[in-house]
Design a protein around this ligand. Structure first.
Ligand code: APR
Ligand code: ZN
Ligand code: ZN
Length: 361
């Protein structure tokens, strides 16, 4: 039977979000209803509410979540009621060209749940990134649920569902950071700080954190940065080169999404080094690079999508490392809030002292 629960809804472009009663149907074939325990507040939620992603209002926001499976639909074998899971926003299809070539992280035929949750008047909700987890319960595809060790606290575990996975994966999966590499991370918000942690985890010998905010640089140090550069007071490319014997870093990770930092990332890498682009630019942004530099410097420019992660492989592994004390996921949780605190958390995002606000249920 369909259930009524509370959820955070954005009704119209730019309007503050509100806590509303939503209707969650029983899971259909291949689906699961998950009782949410935690959900982090991500910039993408704010982009939805600002109409920056599409105009399919009303949105049920939230997508960085951990919870317990309550019920499953017909044919579901991946998870069972009672399983502790982290949700992901790309259930891979297993059958498209990318999946068949063994690169499921490029799957664009994702099998997320159909959008079947509604407001009490029957208006269909669009769940953010196919999840919608600022809610007591949500309906997802079973493939969006990855079982992890229940010893991990929900606030920490849920973070793997988006920003932190994006950062760690940018370093480990996309950048291929390995033992002894030098890495520079430009922009150390939630995503960049996770890229710092991922680089340290992968055994980088130098992890240079770059930001314009000293508070972010402090956190980056706590997560494994060996050097920090405030690019308001120091020229970023020169500073990174000076810290890498004059040649630049093996891997540079851009986690801001602005033309000037894209350009810095391009020039801060060693010849034949790798630039990993995680920061999402806006449609009008451009950079102007001499082709001779593109040609002459060699190496690779790669964008990283959701950390090129494979949830079934990466989530349980990272949770295990967290439980062993080798990955400090707790450092990302600046504050825990209630379901009705999301709008205020959006406001605090701009103040710069929050890595993640996490709703606990
Ligand atoms: N140089 C260096 N750092 C900068 C600059 C700059 N010119 N401008 C901003 N920053 C820093 C901010 O101080 C902040 O610490 O970049 C960081 C951005 O962090 P957040 O706003 O917390 O964003 P985050 O969630 O980390 O996402 C970063 O990755 O996935 C994408 O869409 C996301 O484009 C966004 C980026
Ligand atoms: Zn696929
Ligand atoms: Zn997100």
């Amino acid at each position: 039977m369909a259930q009524q629960v509370r959820g955070v809804v954005a009704r119209a472009k730019g309007e503050p979000v509100r806590l509303e009663t939503i209707v969650v149907p029983d899971p259909g074939p291949g689906e699961a209803v998950v009782k949410i325990k935690s959900c982090g507040v991500c910039h993408t939620d704010l982009h939805y509410r600002e109409g920056g992603i599409n105009d399919e209002f009303p949105f049920l926001l939230g997508h960085e979540a951990a919870g317990t499976v309550e019920s499953v639909g017909e044919g579901v074998t991946e998870v069972a009621p009672g399983d502790y899971v982290v949700l992901n926003w790309r259930a891979v299809c297993g059958d498209c060209r990318a999946c068949r070539r063994g690169r499921p992280w490029y799957c664009f035929n994702t099998h997320n749940a159909k959008q079947r949750m509604t407001l009490t008047d029957g208006t269909e909700l669009s769940p953010a990134l196919g999840i919608g987890a600022f809610a007591e319960k949500t309906l997802v595809a079973a493939g969006q649920c990855t079982k992890v060790d229940p010893a991990a606290s929900p606030a920490a575990a849920g973070l793997l569902g988006c920003g932190v996975m994006a950062g760690i994966g940018a370093a480990i999966n996309t950048g291929g950071v390995g033992r002894g590499d030098s890495v520079a991370v430009i922009g150390c918000g939630g995503v960049g700080a996770a890229a710092v942690a991922g680089s340290a985890l992968a055994g980088a010998s130098r992890v240079i954190a770059v930001d314009i905010d000293d508070r972010k640089l402090e956190t980056a140090r706590r997560l494994g940065a060996t050097h920090t550069v405030n690019s308001r007071s120091q020229e970023a490319v020169e500073a990174i080169r000076a810290l890498t014997g004059g040649h630049g870093a093996d891997v540079v990770i851009e986690a801001v999404g602005r033309p000037e930092t894209y350009e810095q990332a391009f020039y801060a890498r060693d010849l034949a080094g790798t630039v990993v682009l995680v920061g999402v630019p806006t449609p009008e942004m451009r950079i102007d690079l001499p082709l001779l530099d593109v040609f002459g410097r060699g190496g690779a420019l790669k964008s990283s999508w959701y950390g090129d992660c494979l949830p079934s492989r990466d989530f349980p592994m990272l949770i295990d490392l967290y439980l062993q004390g080798r990955l400090d996921l707790d450092a990302f949780v600046t504050e825990t809030i209630e379901l009705d605190g999301v709008e205020e958390a959006f406001a605090r995002m701009h103040e710069g002292d929050v890595l993640r606000s996490v709703v606990l249920l």
